[in-house]
Write a protein that binds this ligand. Structure first.
Ligand code: UD1
Length: 317
């Protein structure tokens, strides 16, 4: 029986997809992870049920044997973060562009059934109209956004030229348990949650009126499982968002309310390369993949907050 591969499977989103696959009972799940930013501990209770292979998508020879004959490859391995790609573009170029090329090449050479690619909403840049629709012309504003867009184009080319089944999912600011809050490049909600639990002041970059379609990680998992199965989607791109839009000021206000605290945020200069507003049009993904996001922002935040609280307590015991 052919196996399932999750690149970046020890990372935040990848490990959630691994759990989703195991819940579905798909059989053998191979995790490819360099463990540079991924962590074995993200797999915790499922560690014994997966085949964790320390391999780097930058090296074709390391990953090709692991991908050969896979039913589906979920390609989540990446160096995320817009500001990190601006500060240091070379590593993210290597992983996000060359790594994606290697995964696609290995999937083609090894006759894998399908590649589901983690694309990014950052590809859109600032659009005149909201919500953002897949048919809009992308205008990336940062190396990261461009790198993720190149990966999409590669997926499309491998579908068109080599007849491969590839699907790209443009994630919209995914958040949830296991998102690492330890770096200044971490996703903003992980930083906000850490701040509220530690009763620290968060920094809002800009006026806080920029908005994001924050998407709970379990909704993204569901979307990936659907994209792995749906017929007639080769070479397509879909928005992986919730369809809503929350400002950073609203997000911080909600966290204060949930925790019952009053901690005014500090404001600093906006970040270069930052997109002002982000919101997904979900028409195509609902129609073609039967995607139905289940988690409201407040519900997702409650679950995430509780997870971080437990995690933080675990660290101090
Ligand atoms: C971008 C992509 C997203 C992708 C992610 C990967 C967009 C719209 N989204 O997220 O799809 O998954 O990169 O890294 O481009 N901020 C603060 N205080 C902080 C940190 C951040 O105010 O301490 C602000 C940022 O300036 C930004 C917002 O929070 O306006 C979100 O930032 P971040 O979580 O880094 O994600 P994006 O760059 O939006």
């Amino acid at each position: 029986m052919s196996h399932y591969v999750v690149t970046g499977g020890a990372g935040f989103i990848g490990s959630a997809i691994v759990r989703g696959l195991l819940r579905e009972g798909v059989g053998r799940v191979v995790v490819i992870d360099s463990l540079l930013t991924g962590r074995e501990s993200n797999l915790e209770e499922v560690r014994k049920s997966v085949d964790l292979q320390r391999a780097d998508v930058r090296h074709y020879a390391e990953i090709a044997p692991l991908i050969r004959g896979a039913a589906v490859v979920f390609h989540e391995a990446a160096i995320p973060s817009v500001p990190r790609s601006i500060d240091d573009p070379e590593p993210s170029h290597e992983v996000n562009i060359n790594g994606t090329f290697n995964v696609l090449r290995a999937a083609r050479d090894g006759q894998a059934g399908r590649v589901v690619y983690a694309a990014s909403s950052s590809a859109y840049g600032d659009t005149e109209v909201l919500p953002k629709v897949e048919t809009m012309m992308p205008f990336p504003k940062s190396p990261y956004a461009l790198q993720k867009l190149v990966g999409e184009h590669y997926c499309n080319i491998f579908a068109k030229v080599y007849g491969m089944e590839t699907v790209a999912l443009r994630y919209f600011n995914v958040y949830g348990p296991r998102q690492d809050p330890s770096s200044p490049y971490s996703g903003v909600l992980s930083l906000f949650i850490k701040a509220v639990l530690e009763r620290q002041t968060p920094t809002i970059l800009g006026d806080g009126e920029q908005s994001r379609d924050f998407t709970y990680v379990d909704d993204v998992v569901e979307l990936n499982l659907k994209a792995a199965r749906a017929p007639g989607v080769a070479g397509k791109i879909y928005n992986g968002g919730n369809g809503g839009r929350i400002t950073l000021n609203q997000a911080w206000a909600l966290l204060q309310k949930l925790e019952g605290v009053n901690i005014p945020a500090a404001y600093a200069a906006p970040r270069p390369g930052d997109v002002r507003h982000s919101q997904a049009d979900t028409t195509a993904v609902v129609r073609d993949l039967g995607y139905a996001p289940r988690f409201s922002f407040e519900e997702g935040m409650r679950l995430t907050l509780e997870w971080y609280r437990r995690d933080l307590q675990g660290q101090t015991q």
